[in-house]
Write a protein that binds this ligand. Structure first.
Ligand code: GDD
Ligand code: MN
Length: 377
């Protein structure tokens, strides 16, 4: 079980200085924290061959420039600057996959995690006692005292849901501080979601008990500079992740959100239809068209803010995206009606035909939106 964790006797001489540990640091607007973190890693990891990979989502505060400058003085430092993408999980995945050290750790840039635990975590992996070591706030000796009441409540709730619904056994699946064998990670990587915040939960849930996990306590500190990027939207991401894992990844997080937004669009449509028909006394076809356009518009806005938060269109691209979205949805409507008709033809059950048409519509809209409206840059 302990293969390839330590360099063996057959290791060629040029491998002598290769890192045993790769520390992955996701960053977004952390320019005032990265230098301190690097110094602290240096101190904590004396005697270990290590490297650090900062994964920055093109921070407006220029974090990547600071990291780049550090990297020019220290070959252990690397910087991945991602453009047109956002997301903590995706950044961590990309960072781990960019390394080739046998062990990879993920740690926040804002000094809230405890880098002095890294050697202990590494020893557990190298000793073969575990495949994954989690820095835990919720076991004896750990704490999250810096949390306010609201944040502590949310964290406890999410932890409870994860444990009960996804049958995750560890005490702190919401932690963002962990170390994993890269080969194990590599096996799971294709099934992980790049969206959202909860990379550790995703890893543990996806592994379905196949990883040997150890938890070690740490104290979650307070942030020195800058601010947290956790907003109320991460609750949605979390919910989506739980549902996706429950359905064995048949439905993706994004698809679920897209479908939820779509159902909301139905309400918008009906509400507009009602108002225009009853209050403005417009004829039915015009009222129906009005409802459809407004529902598509609100769907577009919601999708741009929620479903594709990490690829949000901005400025002029919004207009272009909106027009494309109208186009996609109009074709989707034809697909919807077409399928509904042919099902009804075979089996004249109104709700079955209606549901089949709606499903066809949402699948079409989703697939085409991903291709044309919010396409990956
Ligand atoms: N590349 C990238 N892209 N990095 C990001 C992004 C992003 O979209 N969003 C946040 N980060 C980075 C931050 O710069 C920071 O280094 C780290 O991810 C954690 O983000 P914070 O904004 O500091 O989050 P937090 O302190 O509220 O959340 C922490 O606590 C959670 C547990 O309650 C994180 O450690 C989470 O991972 C953890 O689950
Ligand atoms: Mn933080």
């Amino acid at each position: 079980m302990n293969e390839a964790i330590r360099p063996g006797p057959e290791t060629p001489p040029q491998a002598a200085g290769l890192p045993q540990l790769s520390v992955i640091v996701p960053t977004f607007n952390e320019r005032d924290n990265v230098t301190t973190l690097l110094r602290q890693l240096e101190t904590a990891l004396t005697g270990v061959l290590w490297e650090v990979i900062f994964v920055d989502d093109n921070s407006p505060d220029g974090t990547w420039e600071v990291v780049r400058a550090l990297a020019r003085q220290d070959s252990r430092v690397r910087c991945i600057r991602r453009i047109g993408r956002r997301g903590l999980s995706g950044a961590c995945i990309e960072g781990i996959l960019a390394s080739s050290a046998p062990c990879a750790a993920v740690i926040d840039a804002d000094l809230q995690h405890d880098e002095t635990q890294l050697p202990k975590m590494l020893a557990l992996l190298q000793g073969g006692q575990a495949d994954l070591v989690v820095g835990s706030r919720y076991i004896e000796g750990g704490s999250a005292d810096s949390f306010n009441k609201q944040r502590a409540g949310a964290s406890a709730l999410a932890t409870g849901v994860a444990k009960r619904v996804l049958r995750v056994k560890i005490a702190d699946p919401m932690s963002g501080f962990f170390m994993i064998r890269r080969d194990r990670f590599e096996q799971l990587a294709p099934q992980l979601s790049t969206q959202g915040f909860k990379i550790l939960l995703d890893i543990v849930a996806t592994a379905r008990g196949k990883l040997r996990i150890k938890e070690i306590p740490f104290t979650f500190g307070s942030r020195l500079h800058g601010e947290s990027k956790l907003d109320s939207m991460v609750a949605l991401d979390f919910l989506g992740l739980v549902l996706a894992k429950l359905t064995g990844d048949v439905v993706s997080l994004r698809f679920l959100m897209f479908a939820m937004v779509g159902s909301l669009g139905l309400f918008v449509h009906l509400a507009v239809l009602f108002v225009v028909l009853k209050i403005f006394d417009v004829r039915f076809p015009e009222a129906q068209a009005c409802g459809a356009v407004l529902a598509m518009t609100s769907n577009f806005i919601l999708n741009n803010f929620l479903t594709y938060r990490d690829q949000r269109l901005k400025g002029f691209a919004i207009l272009r995206g909106l027009l494309l979205f109208y186009l996609v949805c109009s074709v989707g409507l034809f697909a919807n009606v077409g399928v509904a008709f042919s099902v009804y033809d075979q089996e004249p059950v109104w709700w079955l035909a209606g549901a089949a048409g709606a499903l066809m519509g949402v699948v079409w809209n989703y697939a085409m939106s991903g291709l044309f409206v919010w396409r990956k840059r």
